[in-house]
Design a binder for this molecule. Sequence first.
Ligand code: ADP
Ligand code: MG
Length: 539
Amino acid sequence: MSLAFDEYGRPFIIIREQEKQSRVKGIEAVKSNIQAAKAVSRVLRTSLGPKGMDKLLQGPDGDIVITNDGATILEQMEVEHQVGKLLVELSKSQDHEIGDGTTGVTVLAGSLLEQAESLLDRGIHPLRIAEGYEMACKIATAELERISTRFDFGTGTKEDLEPLIKTCMTTLSSKIVGRYKRPLAEMCVEAVLTVADLERKDVNLDLIKLDGKVGGRLEDSRLVQGVILDKDMSHPQMPKELHDVKIAILTCPFEPPKPKTKHKVDIDTVEKFEALRGAEKAYFTDMVRACKASGATLVVCQWGFDDEANHLLMHEGLPAVRWVGGVEIELLALATGARIVPRFQELDASKLGSAALVKEVSFGTTRDRMLLVEGCPGSRAVTLFVRGGNKMVLEETKRSLHDALCVARNLVRDNRVVYGGGAAEMACSLAVEAAAERVGGVEQYAMRAFADALDVIPLSLAENSGLAPIASLTEVKTRQLTEGDPHLGIDCNDLGTNDMRAQNVFETLAGKRQQLQLATQVCKMILKIDDVIKPNEYA
Ligand code: ADP
Ligand code: MG
């Protein structure tokens, strides 16, 4: 920049053309990557915990999503920066593996990177930091296992299920649906236990369908032991309730073949038209009779049929449902044990599924009608049917229930829990710090940094609940150290006790462990990147 004067003596400033910006490499690149990742994780920090805030995200089409779920926020955010995208992936993998804890894992990764940054400033090589973090993570996960508690829900009595319900409630407490968490948690636990295979310790979440319809109140949500189809009988005069139903599922057209465009049909007289119509009618009547001959008492079609066909079906006494979506068809087939029939000729008795009851129900005062398919022998498919005042609430409720279902599933897989409210993180932090004392090398600094980074969870929980963060953290942490009690956490709801056992704030061990491991992993990955190369910048 320099100052010059024009011919009239007026000053003006010459700004030199900006030098071609060069690509940052080496330690500068590591730092700028860390900045990007921190920016992403900072967004989520205020959404953590039972008092966390929600985010309203506007999509490209102007549609809006309101959510508190970390993975959903990041997914909608359209992060541009390459390293920021790594954090998006991070929360996705937590979502994929565990289902809950997506906010926590991102916040933790951000904090680990922040600590790494100050170590870089002190001249410690990124790889040494990465190694230190790895060691610390091992100690932290070992500590998690040590402080975890196990519970059994083998006999299935009401009291046995209590911890399971409580854990689901902890997950739901940080969501919009928090006020109604108890019944929802009970529904989730019941759903998971219905489909769970307790011997193999596995749960197929595909068997639990989350469905919802706008309208009604959250309290009207319920668990249906079967499948719900968001359709009604194709004709209003068909029976509304069928018992011992044999179901045929057709994914082929269920109507007379239409003349193809390359053929020409000349209809110039009334007689010819009548003949064509008669032929079509006869064809379709044959189809309907073939269905009935196979023993089917209900036909579920993926495609539609026209009103005339509809009338014929009613006339022949064969109830039918049309325009059923592919996903629902598959679920219905799974539940009723039916085989999907793609070619009409293949339909026979062996392809039919069965259900004890198919019933058309309407909900509340609205005119929405849906079909309940209950008493399916083939499998134990269930549907969580959610009601809500508007689409945003409904969607967020479904996401929250998904989290809770995942948590219940994780507990069936591995019934160990740790305590929430930052209790587990503080215990790990203390363990890592103690272990750092025994390490001689430079890694001990990284380990201490890891221990400090873990504090971000209790700190954010306190901050989001309107408590003084540092004061609450030090108070609880000191008590953990002096009393040796890993159950003490942040009292977010101001219930007057820091004992998370008394507050019933549980989280699954698997989820917590995954959080620590994933966050450490992504942090190590970012620390090892010293150059970001875009497609047209190879040099
Ligand atoms: P995530 O997406 O990571 O699950 P949440 O918003 O669900 O984020 O917050 C989870 C955090 O909130 C966990 O650390 C959990 O221990 C804590 N938490 C949940 N309920 C309570 C509570 N009642 N008191 C204290 N902490 C809680
Ligand atoms: Mg959660």
